[in-house]
Design a protein around this ligand. Structure first.
Ligand code: SF4
Ligand code: SF4
Length: 209
């Protein structure tokens, strides 16, 4: 043997080591420990972490989708909703900025004048019809960004589901107005003076200032 050669001795392995029986039993022990722990948590009346919340407690982390769902993040862009005024009117002023900004050209609006005597007549219009084709929509959020009065939002937390007919993807004004935010709100998140409020600019214009 040459000088300086290092000899590494083979470790002595017993027959039990060589057969791996002990290690296999140990591994199965860990597997069954977690299996029965999970089974205990899943039985009726068993206690397990609330998987619908963002937590990291030890235990079963399987979500029984679709019965159980995690809430979407606040900035998640779900299907649209048209926000309402406190009196229940649609907030949209039919300015067409959202439909102009929409890269998929999937918003169609038919503007109309408020009836004579209505507080908003002469200041703004309203959408007689407002349609979004959710199948063409690419959920970019440009419409929400373009809207000057926070009349259209995507904070519903509703994931567009697979539907089996084309017409179900066409959301009309009534449907869009019926949607609520993740907090259950139908109003705008950015309130501003309404026609009829003393500080509404339209009132000043009426007075000739
Ligand atoms: S999210 Fe984008 S594609 Fe969808 S309606 Fe709005 S602007 Fe159009
Ligand atoms: S939703 Fe907003 S941007 Fe679109 S037409 Fe109505 S007011 Fe204008």
């Amino acid at each position: 043997m040459a000088a300086g050669t290092i000899v590494i001795k083979k470790p002595r392995r017993t027959a039990a080591d060589q057969s791996f029986v002990v290690e296999i039993v140990k591994g199965l022990g860990v597997t069954f420990k977690h299996f029965f722990k999970g089974l205990n948590q899943m039985r009726p009346g068993g206690v397990r972490p609330d998987v619908t919340k963002f937590n990291y407690e030890e235990g079963i982390a399987t979500l029984q989708y679709p019965e159980e769902k995690k809430p979407y993040a606040r900035r998640f862009r779900g299907v649209h909703r048209l926000t309402l005024r406190p009196n229940g009117d649609v907030r949209c002023t039919a300015c067409l900025m959202c439909s102009t900004a929409c890269p998929a050209q999937c918003i169609w609006i038919k503007p109309a004048e408020y009836p004579v005597g209505h507080a908003s007549r002469g200041h703004e219009r309203f959408p007689e019809e407002f349609v979004i084709d959710e199948l063409r929509c690419i959920f970019c959020g440009y419409c929400v960004e373009a809207c000057p009065v926070d009349a259209i939002r995507m904070d519903t937390g509703i994931h567009m589901t697979a539907l089996d007919d084309r017409g179900s993807f066409i959301f009309d004004k009534k449907k869009l107005m019926s949607h609520v935010s993740q907090d259950g709100d139908q109003l705008t998140a950015n309130s501003r003076p309404e026609p009829g409020d003393a500080e509404h600019s339209g009132i000043t214009r009426l007075k000739g200032h």
